[in-house]
Ligand binder design. Structure first.
Ligand code: AP5
Length: 216
């Protein structure tokens, strides 16, 4: 059982790699972005407030996301957890350490996926996601085999995320550099950080991730 954090800016490929680990190893993907999108589609007052924050490209408050992760950590079962988009602040990182202790687990690795800003803009503005199974595509680099139809589940419900525009992405990048990038030093100091080249082909990145997990 291996528990890993995928750390990187918006569009680094965290979700893409997490889905491969779920399929290949039976690990459990804990994506706070997906959990928050689920909350926003619930239409509750909390969901509406979360939607406004996400669309501006800002971070949702620590107590909300820590609560979401705590709930999943207590109930989900699988061959290890992939933390995708969590933690994103130092208080979230401290909370994750405490939560893992509480459930008798440990963090085995933190993988930083490095991608330069120009590539992130191209990736985010071309991203398309299946509204039914969550498969992720890209207009140019990874289109569906049949236009408008998901390769995995056959759904025609292919969507662009509300926050996948240049203005929101710029804010998301600022949030990343200000609040999330300090985690690189935090985990480096603990001896848990490995950096991979997120600009490489999806399969090459996947191989680098596999090597880290097999060592862990
Ligand atoms: P979240 O959903 O976590 O978004 P994000 O971190 O901005 O990351 P993305 O999902 O945009 O990118 P990704 O790295 O998963 O890339 P992907 O694999 O899809 O968070 C959204 C919002 O929720 C935040 O802004 C915030 O408001 C809130 N939030 C979430 N967590 C929070 C937290 N912990 N605290 C507070 N607020 C929180 O790939 C992108 C594209 O690139 C795809 O089209 C893909 O096909 C393509 N691609 C992937 N890999 C490659 C490759 N190697 N080569 C070429 N193309 C590639």
């Amino acid at each position: 059982m291996v528990n890993v954090i995928l750390l990187g800016p918006p569009g680094a490929g965290k979700g893409t790699q997490a889905k491969r680990l779920v399929d290949g190893r039976g690990m459990v993907q804990l994506s706070t972005g997906d959990m928050l999108r689920e909350a926003r589609s619930s239409g509750t007052g909390m969901g509406r407030r979360v939607a406004q924050v996400m669309d501006r490209g800002e971070l949702v408050t620590d107590d909300i996301v820590i609560g979401l992760i705590e709930e999943k950590l207590t109930h989900a079962r699988g061959a290890g957890f992939i933390f995708d988009g969590f933690p994103r602040t130092l208080p979230q990182a401290d909370a994750l350490g405490r939560l893992l202790d509480k459930v008798g687990q440990r963090l085995d690795a933190v993988i930083e996926m490095q991608v330069d800003d120009a590539a992130l803009v191209a990736r985010i503005t071309g991203r398309v996601t299946c509204g039914v199974c969550g498969a992720v595509y890209h207009d140019r680099t990874h289109p569906t085999r049949q236009p408008g139809v998901c390769d995995v589940c056959g759904s025609t419900d292919l969507r662009r995320r509300a926050d996948d525009n240049e203005a929101s992405l710029r804010q998301r990048l600022m949030e990343y550099y200000k609040k999330t990038s300090p985690l690189i030093g935090y985990y480096y100091a603990k001896g848990q950080l490995t950096t991979v080249d997120g600009l490489a082909e999806v399969e090459v990145v996947a191989e680098a991730v596999r090597r880290v997990l097999d060592k862990g």
